[in-house]
Design a protein around this ligand. Structure first.
Ligand code: SF4
Length: 76
């Protein structure tokens, strides 16, 4: 899965939402989030993010961000 990370805080762009083929972005408290079970790992959103906030969960230290994205995408 891809995850939204701290650079998203305060970002007002939604370029990522517009390109996602499976509509798996949700609104968190002050960031967007990606539902980790719905993301199909296509990677299309990553280069579209003007804040460079979207990372693959295969990078080191991403576990906490997977949980963050899961928590807020399942909250509503
Ligand atoms: Fe959507 Fe693809 Fe980004 Fe996952 S990697 S959130 S499926 S655009």
């Amino acid at each position: 899965t891809y995850v939204v990370t701290e650079n998203c805080i305060g970002c007002k762009y939604t370029d990522c939402v517009e390109v996602c083929p499976v509509d798996c972005f949700y609104e968190g408290e002050n960031t967007l989030v990606i539902h980790p079970d719905e993301c199909i790992d296509c990677g299309v959103c990553e280069p579209e993010c003007p804040a460079d906030a979207i990372r693959p969960d295969t990078e080191p230290g991403m576990e906490q961000w997977v949980e963050f994205n899961r928590k807020y995408s399942e909250m509503w």
